[in-house]
Structure formats: C-alpha cells, structure tokens
Design a protein around this ligand. Structure first.
Ligand code: GLU
Length: 510
C-alpha cells in the first residue's frame, strides 16, 4: 500500500437498514484505518432524495456504535473535512460539474425522459441495449453540436437538463484493484453517465468522486457492486486532473446465500431464521419489522468476528479475533475474489465461543436481567454465578441460559412423560424412598460431600447407578436435561431437593 496518510471512508446511502454486507465494508475500512494509524470516516451519501428513508441514517450510526466500529470523522462525529452528509454539501458540486463542461469532459443533455425511453424501447425491440455514448450522442439533443448561444437559450428556458460525462471512445481505461488486480475496459462500451441534474443535485458518481478527493481519501474499500462504476470514477479523476491523488481501490466480494446461489438477501434471512441486519429495523412505511443481530442475542464482538471472516481469512487455524487483533493482522491482499457463503450455524458457533469466554460474573449480570423478565426470585449473586457457570457451556446465547437452567428457579410440577416411561418403575420408586431417607440424614449438601455418600450407598445396596441418577434427575429437573446431579442438588439445597423428590414420588404413585 502507498505511503500517503491513510484516510478511508464508509459511505452508505440512507435508503433503509444497513445490510450486514455494508457493516462488513465498514469493518474492513475500520481495520485498514486502525492498522495504519489512519482515519475512518462516515460519509452519508444522500443525493438521491427519492430513495431517502427516515431513520436510516440514525440506524447506520447506531449499528456502527453497537459493533464498536466508531468513526473518527463523519456525520455525528465531526472532523475538519465536513460537512459529511452530501445533502449538506449540495453547493459544492455544481462548480465541479461546470469545470468538466469547460474542459470538454462533460456536456449538457436536454433529451427528455420520454425521448430516451422511446430510444430504449426501439433498441430493445432490436434486442440491443441503448447506451448514451459516442456512437449515438451526436444525433441526440445535447450541447455537443450547439453554439454557446444555443446552449444558453436552452439553459435559460427552464427546461430540465442533465450534465453527462463525455467518454473518449478511443480510450482504454486501465484500473488497479487491490483485490482483483488490473482491470481494463474500452471506454467505447460505456455509458456517458449523468453527473449532475437540473434539480441542483449531483448524482452518486460526481458527489462520490469529488468528496473522496476533497476528503483526501487514500483507499476506497467498497462492495463489488460498485466495480462497474470504477471506469467512470477513474476517468473522472483523470478529467479533473486529480490522478496523483486518486485513491487505491478495493472491491469486496459479495456475501452469498447459505447455498451459494446468489447474493444474501433479507428474504434468505427470513427463510433461514437468521438476521441480515445488525439491529432490529422497523420499516417506517410498511411497519414491517426485520430482526437484528443485537436483538437475536449476538454479542457485538462475535458479530464483527463473523463478518470479518466473510471474504477474508488469516491463512491460519485461528478463528477468534478481537478487533485490535484483527486490525493487527488484516490485509486486503488476503481478501478473496469470489463470493463468500453466509453460514448461519457458524454464526451461532461464534457467539457460543464468545459466550464461553465471558466470566461467570459478567454473564450472570445479563442472566439476572433475563430472570427479571421471567418473574422469578433472584438468587444471591454467588449462587447465580454458580448456576451460570454450570450451564453456559450448553448455551449459544444468553437467553438460552434460561432454557438450560429454568428448573433452578421453578420447581417442576409436570414431568416429561417420555422420561417417566423410560426411567420410573415400582422398583425405582422403592429405591428412591431409601435414597430419600439417606438424604434426610445428610446435612452437608455440597456436591463434594453428597456425591461419594450417595454413590457408596447405591453400590452397597446394589442399585443400578444409572437408573438412580436418571430417576433423581427426573425428580429434580422434571426431564433429562441439566448439569451434574450433585451440582444441582448443592444449589437447590437440602430442603428443596427433598421436597422435589417427595413431590415426584407422590405424583408417580397416584
Ligand atoms: N453510497 C454508496 C453505497 O451506498 C457508496 C459506494 C462507495 O463506497 O463508493 O454503497
């Protein structure tokens, strides 16, 4: 990578919630910034007012904050190169469009939408695609063949116009991409794209390139869907005479559906039961809610780790990385060219790993919040930590701690009929009564003391070890799940254990 100060930007358009592909783009930009002591910028590209969605900008900012990918400069973060919202920079762009007109790199086009539509349809009928370029532009209603006077007349008539880039049809555009290497395109195959509209707004292309230049962006790291725009952007740098400050480009591979057949969409998430957005999003128009990673119980660190591995890998076996670790090791050269399949099970696996890394003390705080919503009595903190430690290995998400530990808080009243059928019979019932007597005589209920005592008793009496253990579990838990039976007994305590066994024996007898 070049030696200039690293300034990268994430430049989303606020047209809805941020797809995880967008968040991944932000993460890769962030990593490149951090690894080079550079600056990570958030620029909001909202020049297309027709696609503006209220709340989307705030959603993007909240998503970045949640993920810990906090911009150094940008909308709501300040900085010396602002404003960072393109609608607030409106007055900047016209002069640049005018500059291209004066230098002969752009022209006014007065063709009406109806005229262009007619041309498109005529081409379609001949199974051709209409491209507004050198092959046809001389015969169309634009300023190329007009005198200055004619142009002024058109402009002052108030009729709508656009400013188009004028590609030189003889030129071959040579581009370098940090992921894809050299890419070459013949300018003759390209459309003279619109740069500026008579409503006073620039198009994405003009605003994007101008802002990258003005904000001294060193690397443009964005999704593959922008690769087709690269020839125009490179041509614009040349036309402006900004070639020496042109950023380096890297176009990231797509995130694919789990089966690899096409781009991951919101519908795939709905179908597969996994979110494709970082945070929950309520569509302001339809009121429809889409699920988010945060609400689904993912830790932000896990989410970042999952996304970092979509399209990139370190080339080693290590899969768990913190943000600073990622920043130390990440490189665009190790980003692949081909799309990367999203694997929902792997995503859960990552969250599981992060959950295991949390201390029992930390995790039990989140668990306590969950318990409050369940309306159960909170145990003291050491006890809750112990419970958390006993079940966390089985959980992918904090909410699953409840599924694996509910019986600590709620005495079973119903018993799993399958388990009862398998584990309970008159002989077991008789033996359990003797176990109950043994427990009543015991005062030390720590697992350490209880386990040898009960096991020796079972051996002396020649009861079936597995049988008794399963029956005990059924009495205490109500089914066959849960951690070690003596750990459960220690936490429940003598009184509760005896009560639960009595309840069960009574129920099965009657
Ligand atoms: N506004 C574009 C988007 O929504 C930005 C593309 C780019 O980074 O140049 O993704």
């Amino acid at each position: 990578m070049s030696q200039r100060p690293v300034r990268v930007r994430f430049a989303p358009s606020p047209t809805g919630p941020l797809h995880i592909g967008g968040l991944r783009t932000a993460i890769f930009n962030y990593l490149i910034a951090k690894q080079n002591n550079g600056v990570f910028i958030l620029r909001i590209e909202d020049t297309d007012q027709t696609r503006f969605v209220p709340g989307a900008e705030e959603y993007i900012i909240n998503s970045l904050k949640w993920a810990g990918i906090v911009p150094d400069e940008g909308v709501s973060f300040g900085g010396e190169y602002g404003p960072y919202r393109q609608s607030d920079r409106k007055s900047i762009y016209k002069a640049y469009a005018d500059q291209l007109i004066s230098s002969g790199n752009a022209y006014y086009s007065f063709d009406t939408p109806e005229e262009l539509d007619k041309l498109r349809k005529e081409h379609e009928a001949r199974k051709e695609t209409f491209i507004y370029n050198a092959a046809v532009r001389d015969g169309l209603n634009n300023s190329l063949k007009m005198t200055d006077e004619e142009i002024q007349k058109h402009l002052s008539s108030g009729q709508p116009y656009v400013i188009r880039f004028k590609f030189d049809p003889g030129e071959e555009i040579v581009m370098q991409d940090l992921i894809r290497g050299e890419v070459r395109v013949q300018a003759a195959t390209l459309d003279d794209k619109v740069l500026f509209k008579s409503d006073g707004m620039p198009t994405y292309h003009l605003a994007n390139v101008t802002d990258d230049y003005l904000m001294k962006i060193s690397h443009v790291i964005r999704g593959e869907e922008w690769l087709p725009s690269l020839p125009l952007h490179v041509a614009l740098y040349k036309a402006f005479g900004w070639e020496s400050s042109m950023p380096e480009f890297a176009h990231l591979p797509l995130i694919l559906k789990p089966d690899g057949k096409g781009k991951l969409s919101k519908r795939d998430g709905d179908k597969g039961g996994f979110p494709v957005f970082p945070l929950e999003w309520k569509d302001p128009e339809s009121g429809e809610t889409s699920s988010g990673y945060r609400e689904a119980g993912y830790f932000p660190e896990a989410c970042v780790n999952i996304l970092a591995f979509l399209g990139w890998n370190p080339g080693t076996e290590q899969e768990i990385f913190t943000l600073p670790e990622l920043a130390a090791i990440f490189s665009l050269e190790k980003v692949g060219k081909s799309g990367s399949k999203f694997d929902p099970d792997k995503a859960k696996w990552y969250n599981h790993q992060y959950l295991q890394q949390k201390s029992d003390a930390e995790l039990s705080k989140s668990f306590a919040e969950l318990l409050q919503t369940k309306g159960v009595e909170l145990p003291d903190s050491p006890k809750l930590q112990k419970i958390t430690g006993l079940v966390k290995e089985r959980a992918n998400f904090v909410r699953e701690l409840w599924d694996h530990a509910d019986f600590f808080f709620v005495r079973p009243t119903a018993y799993d009929p399958e388990v009862v059928k398998k584990r309970w019979n008159p002989q077991v019932a008789e033996q359990m009564k003797q176990i109950l007597e043994l427990l009543e005589r015991s005062d030390d209920f720590t697992a350490q003391s209880l386990e040898p005592k009960v096991k020796t008793f079972i051996e002396e009496k020649a009861f079936g070890m597995g049988q008794i253990m399963n029956a005990l579990r059924l009495c205490l838990v109500g089914t066959s799940k849960g951690p070690g039976i003596f750990d459960i007994s220690e936490i429940l305590g003598k009184e509760e254990v005896i009560l639960r066994i009595r309840n069960a024996v009574f129920q099965f007898e009657n």
